[in-house]
Design a protein around this ligand. Sequence first.
Ligand code: KG4
Ligand code: ZN
Length: 334
Amino acid sequence: MKITILAIESSCDETSAAIISDGKVLNNIIATQSVHEKYGGVVPELASRAHQQHLIPVIHEAIASSGIAKEELSAIAFTRGPGLMGSLMVGVSFAKAMAFALDIPLIDINHMQAHILAHFIEDPKPKFPFICLTVSGGHTQLVLVKDYLDMEVIGETTDDAVGEAFDKTAKLMGLPYPGGPLIDKYAKEGNPKAFEFPVSDMPGLNFSFSGIKTAVLYFLRDRLKENPQFIEENLADIAASVQYTLIKMLMQKLKKAANQYKIKEIAIAGGVSANSGLRDELASLAQKHHWNVYVPKFEYCTDNAAMIAMAAHYKYLKGEFVGLDVVPEARMKI
Ligand code: KG4
Ligand code: ZN
């Protein structure tokens, strides 16, 4: 009998469902919530409501397009955390009800582990042990990955996530949410050394990204006093300088981690790994230090259920199931 799992992701602002059969991802249906755009960030209450609306249609589509009947499912998997409590509750409650109705096992997945296991959906796959830099709107972590389900956080942000730093500085520049991709776009035309912003250096392998937001706030306030058109006239240079500083902070710690653990297998994950400046810098570091670098397809970098399904496959093989009394964990650790 095949191992076929339905996986559900609802930790933040994407509602997603995927089916995996014997380790092969068959589909990855994602409904993105546009309701947050006008607020300049994710509004938790609205996210939960949108998950309620999107979840059943997304699951229907995943099941229908896989050609597999509900009765053939071996297990139901869901994101248990970390994430927004209300959003997680929607996915967890549905997964429990479905596992109960079909009388099949339930698998709880750590969203951060899943981001890393997205590397095993398609080739080329990193070899153990590897280091993964997970960078998104909610997370910034350096993880030592010893095996599929054996991971250790060796560094993380002590305040904002790097994606948040991109989005918040973009907002100060008058750009809509999410601003990360727009900074990337404008940065291509700008001079990364035009303006200098502080590079924080936290102890060990930890990061701090809240300082740059404040630095950009005061910098823009002072320049706008002299020239009200300052942002419009310097958009590309500001974007390039902000991006340069953020990438520098990320790469500084990634290099340190690779040296410290003597590892040359390097992976990145999360929405910010789409950033072209980050990809270029990673490619040049790979050449310089003889690293093998792995970047999943963009569809598997941002929040998606395919990565939850991949993680669920490995947990199924180990027989790691949870009872129907399971609850979400907003601050779940790897
Ligand atoms: O992984 P993700 O889709 O969701 C979270 O789990 O947070 O990441 C979203 C984050 C946002 O902060 C967005 O601005 C950022 O990824 N992002 C980028 C780029 N594309 C997405 N940041 C910089 N450059 C990009 N090209
Ligand atoms: Zn995520």
